[in-house]
Design a binder for this molecule. Structure first.
Ligand code: SAH
Ligand code: AVI
Length: 344
């Protein structure tokens, strides 16, 4: 696979060694020493010193951000979680029967609520191993604890890592693996990182393994814009909280209250774009980067893209990553793709 100028796409970057510790039931390991945010400063400073200021959405998820995301999933306007849950409910038995997983590896675990539908559908006497993978250590620790308690005898483990960088560091699977990527998190990746991510997911799959991918579907712009501009203002709070995370990571002095939230549908690029708009002129010291930036009134910081898909688009991106769409389930709002590695 090659990149925009024909250069090969690096998979997980230079580090591609198995973790020293394979873990044991109940363990939570760091994919890399120091955790996934250890090298965050240069990327954040680069994004905030660019012409269009940008912060990666991976920084939304500290404990406050993860709690706010949970509240978002319950908002009347944010249909994504309800739709995906309903589609999973209708199809989970068939999926589990077909794959008979010996490991369920969940990327971007969050609250680990949805995965229960998969585990409930598995034989309770022969439960698969459950591996939670997330950038938020709290999410991983809670997932390992709560899944361990809810399913006595299960081998639940956690890895704290960045799914854009550390997938090759995951321990070997004990058998047939079902990789699950719920929530349309894939929509938060721009096209090239998305291609690289899917190519990396493909390397996790042996012939009998499968990939279960949730994707939010294109629909009327007013429905999409409402989903990202809730009346209660929880998404605005979630958006502003990214500045608290950045303050801690790069020793900065952003005042989140001095920014307002904006989310707009970009038809050409097929994505919701989320911004923070400065209400006043501000000088921000990025202490760890040794630079000061100026934010002008009305200037935007781009915090997230949330791409929306069609069945054809989902099939195309899976095929490009050498996977085959085996099954497609939808309620017309949200799609669930079950993919197999090519040649299996
Ligand atoms: N799967 C859940 C949660 C979705 S929220 C659901 O469907 O409801 C997105 C989750 O992905 C958060 O828990 C966040 O911490 C995690 N995440 C975001 N970017 C990540 C990255 N680069 N690497 C690993 N996890 C990431
Ligand atoms: C996790 N991700 C798929 C969510 C989304 O819809 O893009 C994050 C989110 N952003 C605003 N609200 C929720």
């Amino acid at each position: 696979m090659t990149g925009p100028e024909g250069q090969p796409i690096p998979l997980n970057g230079p580090v591609a060694v198995p973790p020293k510790d394979e873990g044991k039931p109940g363990s939570v390991l760091d994919a890399v020493e120091g955790g996934p945010l250890a090298g965050a400063v240069s990327g954040i400073v680069q994004g905030l010193t660019a012409k269009q200021k940008k912060i990666s959405p991976r920084y939304f998820y500290d404990s406050a951000g993860s709690s706010l995301f949970e509240r978002i999933t319950q908002l009347p306007e944010y249909y994504l979680t309800r739709s995906e849950n309903a589609v999973v409910e209708r199809t989970v038995d068939a999926i589990v029967r077909q794959v008979a997983p010996q490991e369920v590896l969940e990327l971007g675990t969050g609250s680990s609520k949805k995965i229960r539908q998969i585990l409930d559908a598995c034989s309770q006497t022969e439960l698969p191993r459950y591996t939670a993978f997330d950038i938020d250590r709290g999410a991983v620790t809670t997932a390992v604890e709560t899944i361990g308690q809810a399913y006595p005898g299960i081998d639940a483990r956690g890895v704290v890592g960045d799914f854009e960088k550390h997938l090759s560091l995951l321990p070997q699977s004990p058998g047939r693996r079902l990789v699950v990527f719920f929530g349309s998190i894939i929509g938060n990746l721009d096209p090239w990182p998305r291609r690289r991510f899917l190519a990396n997911v493909r390397t996790l799959l042996g012939p009998r393994d499968r990939f279960l991918l949730g994707v939010d579907l294109k629909k009327e712009p007013h429905v999409l814009e409402a989903a990202y501009n809730d009346a209660e203002g929880i998404i605005a709070e979630f958006n502003r909280n990214i500045l608290n995370v950045v303050n801690r990571l790069v020793d900065a002095n952003f005042d989140p209250g001095a920014f307002r939230h904006q989310a707009i549908w970009n038809e050409d690029d097929g994505r919701i774009e989320m911004y923070l708009i400065a209400e006043t002129r501000q000088e921000i010291l990025l202490g760890a980067g040794g630079v000061t930036i100026t934010v002008e009134p009305g200037e935007t910081i781009w915090t997230e893209s949330s791409y929306k898909f069609t069945r054809r688009g989902a099939q195309g991106m899976l095929e490009e990553a050498k996977m085959r769409l085996d099954a497609w389930h939808t309620d017309t709002m949200f799609g669930l793709a079950l993919a197999a590695p090519d040649g299996s």
